[in-house]
Structures are given as structure tokens and as C-alpha cells.
Ligand binder design. Sequence first.
Ligand code: BYC
Length: 336
Amino acid sequence: MYGANVETAADRKAPAPVEDPALLAEFQARIDRGESIEPKDWMPARYRRQLVRMMSQHAHSEIVGMLPEGNWITRAPNLRRKMALIAKVQDEAGHGHYIYCGTETLGVSRDELVDDLLAGRAKYSQIFNYPTLTWADIGVIGWFVDGAAIVNQTVLAKASYGPYARAMIRICKEENFHKRQGFEICAVLSQGTDAQREMLQDAVNRWWWPSLMMFGPSDTDSPNSRDLLAWRIKRFTNDELRQRFVNLTVPQAQAIGVRLPDPDLRYDADTQNWVFGEIDWAEFWAVVNGNGPCNRERLAARNKAHADGAWVRQAATAYAAKRAGAPRDGGSTAAA
Ligand code: BYC
């Protein structure tokens, strides 16, 4: 376990302690100088709590994010697509594990975080509570969802907390492949039969708005942004990153001839932004609060996977205990 100032779950629920102003000022000065904060460094309790909150939600998102795509592994249209999809879903598991390791450097136990997820107490990205109805959804998830993740996480690779930032560097490299495989699926479908083009357009229609919601509520309704920006965990606001994603994605949609389902979408030459229509925030909050199309299904699937994997955890624990008790030279007990 890292860090001198470790907090338990009970500590995190209590009001944050009043911090020493001199320590706080020195901490902020380190952040402002662009220094990386490392696990054993002093940090305010609120900084630690914000990181645990955000990183654990991120780790959960990666793990739950395996489910919508995992659903299509057995139905991928050919071997090449199946291999790429299996690799992508495995990558997401790896991303979840890197980030859970990152939260452990903040003194939190992974078991506690996983328990919160399985009990429905933890948040994870709302995007994974929508169903994957056709093969085109797999392409559009790679293109939009991984595309949005890259926009968000490339910036997080410069976050002030070292372990999180370093995890993001590797994750972003992998996300780039994910986005390309998704966009390539879409580009191929866009050149296909009428039925394939309709399937693609239908998937785009269903995933566009939920993908914009991934960036979180508007800046005016984002209670965590102020702290996160001051501490350089976030470097841009939710709305700034959402706009960046829209600006990158519109030309890609034009390139493969799909329509984005927004009658208000227009280019503003003055700001050089693609202006988009109103997001349905009522839908966003309904999904975040557990009432999306697949929230219950996702939690049930995670709980089943956890229960089915109990024997693996028991075997691994027993093996580790056996190894710990075994002589170091591999079994020879002969006296020197
Ligand atoms: N879904 O104050 P705000 C991936 C919550 S994985 C659900 O703006 P913040 C991938 C928010 O938690 C993608 N909840 O929050 C995986 C907060 O609630 P609490 C995941 C959301 O933290 C597999 C409340 O709303 N990426 O890409 O400043 C396959 C108010 O929000 C959402 C990350 O997690 C949402 N979309 O900003 C393919 C990246 N948005 O905690 C792809 C790291 C907000 O106060 N996270 N909420 O109860 C972040 O960058 C930030 O946490 C967010 C939100 C931009 C998401």
C-alpha cells in the first residue's frame, strides 16, 4: 500500500479535513509549476478523493465497456473482424486493470471498488448502457466512443497525478487502434449494399447523441470541474472537449457519406466550430441514475462474471499462499 496519508472508505464519506494552509499553498504551487504528484507525496484529502472518484469510475467504465462489444464476438462477420474485436475487448480489460492499479496507489482497495460497482453504488460511463443491435454498432462504437475517449484521455495523459497520467499514455495508443478499426468497419459498410448503408446510418443515429454525453454535463452543471481544473487533473472543460470531438468527427462523417442526426449542425466560420443542437440532458441523467436501456443487464452480467470467476480467485490465492510458504530455492531443503 502506498502513501503515508491513506484514507479508508469510511474516511472518504466524512467531511474533508481542514488542511494546513501552508501545505495547501505549496501543493498548489507544485501543480502550477507543472510538477507531477506521486503516490508518496503529500496531497490534500479532497485531491485524493477526487482522483479516487474519477479514476474508479474510469476503471469501471473500461470493464463494463467490454460487455456491449463482447456481445458481438461470436457474431463477427469474418475471422479478421473476430480477431480484432477479441483483441479490442481484451485491451479494455487491461485498461481497467491499469487504472484500478492507479487507484490502489491512492490507498484504496480494489475489492472495495469492485464491490461498489457490483452493488450498483458506483458510476461508470453512461454510454455502456445502450444496446448493440447490429454489426454496424461495433464500427460506430470504435469510431465515436473510442474517438471520444481519445479526445478526453489524450488530455488526461498530462494530468497532475503521475500514475494516472502514465496509464493514459499506453491506453491512448491502444485506443487509437480501436478507433481506426471502428472507422474502417464504417468506411467498408458505407461502400456496401443499400442494406449495409442503412444499417450504418441507423447505428450512427443511435450512438451520436449518447457519445456527445460521454463528456459529462455542461460546464454550468459540472460540480467537479472547478476542483479538477484547479488541480490540473482536467485541463479542459467538458464542453471544450465535446466541441473538439464534434469538430474532428463531422469531417470524418462527410468523408464516408453518413449523416449526423442533428438538424441544427452548422459550421460557424467565425469560431471555426461545428455548432450542434441541444443535448437531451434528461436522458443523460436518467441513464446515469440507473434507468438507461441496459443498466440492469450490465450489472447482472458483471455480477454473474464475478460469481463465475470465484474459483479462479480462490485458486490464485491458494497458489500465492503455497508459493509464499515454499522454500526459495525451488524445493531443495538440503543444508548448505
Ligand atoms: N457517464 O462534475 P462532472 C472508454 C457524472 S471508458 C456517467 O462533470 P467530472 C471506453 C460524474 O461522475 C470512458 N456519469 O464530473 C471503454 C459526476 O458524478 P459524481 C470513461 C457521468 O468527473 C471501453 C456527475 O456526473 N472515461 O472510453 O468533472 C470501450 C457530474 O459530472 C458522466 C472516463 O471515465 C458520464 N458520461 O467529469 C471503449 C474518463 N459524465 O461522481 C471506450 C475520465 C459525468 O459527482 N473521466 N458523470 O457522483 C473524466 O474525464 C470525467 O470524470 C468526466 C466527468 C468528463 C467523465
